[in-house]
Design a protein around this ligand. Structure first.
Ligand SMILES: [Zn+2]
Ligand SMILES: [Zn+2]
Length: 183
């Protein structure tokens, strides 16, 4: 895939995150979407999105804020957090995106399930990378895919995340190319 120099995807860490994880997300995002990637923090914290009743963070105001803060050359912003995220209709989410919009977010918080602290961080990183690519896919208007191997497959449980591949299925790949051709 050819790189379009004027367009970049910004990977934006919100909390303190491992450099290896951010680099891993950046590499996969560049491979799948074909844009150069920059790592740039845009938000110091997401306290404004904290819901005290649920002790969780509401993704919608975070995405709105990120879309506002994104610099002009940022085609998309993918934030990475460590906090527990929710949308009102669900108990929690691994991540969330503005469908066909500019911003998405993913969190490590629920993705370390079934991993011991001593477990290889590689597994956690793979999960976060997959969910980050998944959420970015939504910003390019991709919907959930029935193929359990496809990265756009909706994962209810952590086993589903581990089972799916790092790639779009053929159908979703064609859909992405259609969207990119419209840019
Ligand atoms: Zn999704
Ligand atoms: Zn698919």
């Amino acid at each position: 895939m050819t790189l379009i120099p004027e367009h970049r995807i910004i990977i934006s860490p919100i909390n303190e995150l491992e450099a290896d994880l951010l680099r891993g997300i950046g590499d996969e995002v560049q491979r799948v979407f074909g844009f150069a990637v920059e790592i740039e923090p845009l938000l110091d914290n997401v306290d404004f999105a904290y819901n005290a009743d649920r002790a969780q963070y509401h993704t919608t105001p975070i995405l709105d804020r990120l879309a506002d803060l994104a610099p002009p050359h940022a085609l998309r912003v993918a934030a990475v957090a460590r906090v527990d995220l929710f949308i009102p209709i669900l108990t929690h989410v691994y991540g969330e995106a503005q469908l066909g919009g500019r911003a998405c977010i993913v969190s490590t918080y629920r993705l370390d399930e079934n991993l011991s602290p001593a477990a290889d961080s590689h597994i956690l990183f793979q999960r976060v990378i997959k969910e980050a690519v998944h959420e970015l896919g939504h910003t390019f208007d991709l919907r959930h895919c029935r193929d359990p191997q496809c990265i756009m497959h909706y994962c209810r449980a952590i086993e589903d995340v581990d089972r799916k591949s790092n790639d779009l299925c053929r159908y979703c790949g064609v859909m992405l190319q259609d969207q990119l051709a419209k840019l």
